[in-house]
Write a protein that binds this ligand. Structure first.
Ligand SMILES: *[C@@H]1O[C@H](CO)[C@@H](O)[C@H](O)[C@H]1NC(C)=O
Ligand SMILES: *[C@@H]1O[C@H](CO)[C@@H](O)[C@H](O)[C@H]1NC(C)=O
Ligand SMILES: *[C@@H]1O[C@H](CO)[C@@H](O)[C@H](O)[C@H]1NC(C)=O
Ligand SMILES: *[C@@H]1O[C@H](CO)[C@@H](O)[C@H](O)[C@H]1NC(C)=O
Length: 250
């Protein structure tokens, strides 16, 4: 039965691809999605409707069918449910995953004649970093051993399109003049106090992280600020900290 069904599907997709247009629906990962397929009472009471999906790299998957107008059967997995509701054959996806991206078809089969009632390309959008820039400002004055120096890192984010819940974390790394590996020197807590939201809602949010240190001559090097968000890490361009010698004479 299923083999015949797949064969029909492939034949029909091949034949009708020109006039098959589909909706594109984009949702965020973890969202719930409903796709609906209208079942008209007048057209073929005996027709069977199926929800089928084609996901890249997989065979077509039969998600569920409804066999009569008032069919009460429900196909249910913890993730996907299909059921007949008044006038519509409903496909529900609970907490979408990235792997749910694909083409979803509602098809009607009436005496071996197959019709596409609805085709939706469902795109699941993963979290994208909302950070637009990581800006480091070098200290303005020359630095001598024993001075206290403040390094500043500004993180601009597009708060409008924030798809990653939670704040970002900020780290400072130092790359010394020798060949040694960059070392982590400081990690900011997650207080959110550093951030100012500008009055215009559509302008970016700016968070300023500063880090102060009393320097000795061995602290010279390039300091990088790095922001971790959405499973990615973004680096600033680095600030070169030059420390004047101890035995400087005027
Ligand atoms: C999907 O449909 C069900 C039942 O009709 C409803 O309870 C639920 O709120 C709908 N969900 C979405 C995301 O539209
Ligand atoms: C096809 O699916 C889309 C998205 O769920 C819906 O907006 C549209 O009404 C459906 N069309 C039919 C004929 O069911
Ligand atoms: C960082 O460096 C890159 C390339 O070196 C440059 O295109 C970019 O404008 C710099 N960004 C800042 C904020 O200075
Ligand atoms: C933010 O999202 C809106 C609507 O989704 C889009 O039109 C806009 O281009 C996005 N802005 C950026 C900076 O990505």
């Amino acid at each position: 039965m299923l083999t015949v069904f797949y064969l029909l599907l492939i034949l029909t997709v091949g034949r009708c691809s020109d006039d098959l247009n589909f909706d594109i629906k984009t949702v965020g990962v973890g969202d719930d999605v409903n796709l609906t397929c209208t079942r008209q009472k007048s057209s073929g009471l005996k027709a069977t409707l199926f929800w089928v999906r084609l996901v890249s790299g997989k065979f077509p998957e039969l998600l569920g069918g409804t066999f009569v107008f008032d069919y009460e059967g429900v196909n249910k997995t913890p993730h996907i449910t299909t059921k007949q509701e008044p006038g519509t054959f409903l496909l529900q996806i609970h907490e979408t995953k990235l792997s749910d991206t694909g083409l979803y078809y509602c098809i009607k089969i009436n005496r071996l004649e197959m019709t596409f009632l609805n085709a939706t390309f469902l795109r699941i959008k993963g979290p994208e970093p909302d950070i637009t820039a990581v800006i480091q400002v070098p200290p303005s004055d020359p630095v001598r051993p024993g001075d206290s120096v403040t390094l500043q890192c500004s993180v601009l984010s597009d708060s409008e399109n924030k798809t990653c819940p939670g704040e970002h974390s900020v780290y400072w790394f130092r790359a010394g003049s020798d060949e040694s590996q960059p070392s982590l020197i400081y990690a900011h807590g997650n207080s959110g106090d550093e951030c100012e939201r500008s009055p215009q809602t559509h302008s970016p949010q700016k968070c300023v992280y500063s880090f102060s240190k009393k320097v000795s001559s061995s602290d010279a090097g390039t300091y990088y600020c790095a922001v971790a968000t959405c499973g990615e890490i973004l680096f600033g361009n680095g600030t070169k900290l030059e420390i004047e010698g101890n035995c400087r004479t005027f």
